[in-house]
Design a binder for this molecule. Structure first.
Ligand code: PLP
Length: 389
């Protein structure tokens, strides 16, 4: 059975050219980049090239890139750097729809001496800018907002927000894990101080990420240790994965038009096809300010998990907005923050595409998903109650 992979916001397949580029740095050039001999110098030079490639994708200087182990580490590094740089400031701002990498860190800090503001979003997932700006104060150490939401794809106007936050002398960090490689960026023209990204969301392997730190930003390393990454992140470099991230960045820059053209069209076709065939289905989130590859659709009165299991039998991979925790199905905090009713939030499915998806795959899903929904609804007491009364 062929796999139809529509879960690229969870992780992406490693691109063949990325695999090829990283392989020699596992097999042949395994030297520690801090050492003096040839195979080590070669890996150090390649890291330099990778830094340049990633910097080019973001529109920043190579020395503003710090390689890390993942998006989560980048997020933590940024927030801790800001609060350590301004120890007297005890207030932090983020949104209600962040990934757990920021959400749980902020909740932790909220229980450990910080005042934390979670900015609400509207029904489309858009941030309440007035609320945000009203809560900025002299005491605010950092504002951290995601560029694009991993569940809905909805984008916040982070460039505009960064200007306003920066104007008040407050550090602005963005979790751009879902945005990098999907939309064009020229970060050096913005007021963004720090930006997180993750390799496995852009066809590099898991276990490598990066943090952009604007030149002049007060910074303290999160991992204190060796002199690597210009004393900004201790630990021997994950050379092969950094090489992979550099190559993936180069490929992403080349594919930006395709991502915003062909991939967007496929996503729109999938969405329109499903909505036309399935009653009581609706897209979650603002459809205009959204990543080109993501759609989050609620199928009322059934469970997202059941849909995923039945799609899996056909080789279709997607993800749902609810997580099975300790036996009870909790709908996603993102959809709840948007006010999506429980009956719809429970039945939400996220489809996230990549350049590797084809029109045939999308046609297959459009043909095979509606009968799945119908079968599940016939088994659902909630659906029966809804249609009968
Ligand atoms: N931030 C966002 C928006 C994400 O979607 C993810 C991963 O899903 C992360 C952070 C964490 O990235 P990583 O898995 O590399 O730690």
């Amino acid at each position: 059975m062929k796999t139809i992979y529509l879960d690229n916001n969870a992780t992406t397949p490693v691109a063949p050219e990325v695999l090829e580029e990283m392989f020699p740095y596992l097999r042949d050039y395994y030297g520690n980049p801090s050492s003096m001999y040839g195979i080590a110098r070669r890996s150090a030079e390649k890291i330099k090239e990778s830094r340049g490639r990633l910097a080019a994708l973001l529109g920043v200087l190579p020395e503003e890139i710090v390689f890390t182990s993942c998006g989560t580490e980048s997020d933590s590094t940024a927030v801790w750097a800001a609060i350590r740089a301004y120890p007297s400031k005890r207030h932090l701002i983020t949104s209600r729809v962040e990934h757990s990498a920021i959400k749980n860190l902020y909740e932790y800090l909220g229980h450990n001496g910080y005042r934390v503001t979670f900015v609400p979003v509207d029904a489309g997932g858009g941030i309440d800018l007035d609320f945000l700006y009203d809560h900025l104060s002299e005491d605010t150490a950092v504002v951290s907002l995601m560029w694009a939401n991993n569940e809905t794809g909805v984008m916040f106007p982070v460039e505009e927000i960064a200007r306003e936050v920066n104007r008040r002398g407050i550090v602005f960090h963005t979790d751009a894990v879902q945005a990098v490689g999907k939309i064009p960026m020229e970060i050096d023209r913005t007021a963004i101080d720090m930006l997180s990204l993750s390799g496995h969301k852009l066809h590099a392997p898991k276990g490598v990420g990066a943090l952009y730190v604007r030149k002049g930003t007060k910074f303290m390393p999160f991992l204190i240790g060796g002199h690597q990454e210009g004393n900004r992140r201790g630990g021997t470099e994950n050379v092969a994965s950094i090489v992979a991230l550099g190559k993936a960045a180069e490929c992403a820059a080349r594919h930006l038009d395709e991502e915003n053209g062909r991939v967007r069209e496929l996503r729109d076709r999938l969405e329109a096809g499903i909505l036309a065939a399935v009653p009581h289905a609706a897209v979650n989130g603002d459809r205009e300010h959204r990543l080109p590859n993501t759609t989050n659709i609620s199928f009322e009165y059934i469970e997202g998990e059941s849909i995923l299991l039945m799609m899996d039998e056909l080789g279709i991979c997607a993800s749902s907005g609810s997580a099975c925790t300790s036996g009870s199905l909790e709908p996603s905090h993102v959809l709840r923050a948007m006010g999506v009713p429980y009956t719809a939030a429970h039945g939400s499915v996220r489809f996230s595409l990549s350049i590797y998806n084809t029109a045939e795959e999308i046609a297959f899903v459009i043909e095979n998903l509606p009968p799945i929904i119908e079968r599940l609804r016939h088994m659902s007491p909630f659906w029966k109650a809804a249609v009968s009364g």
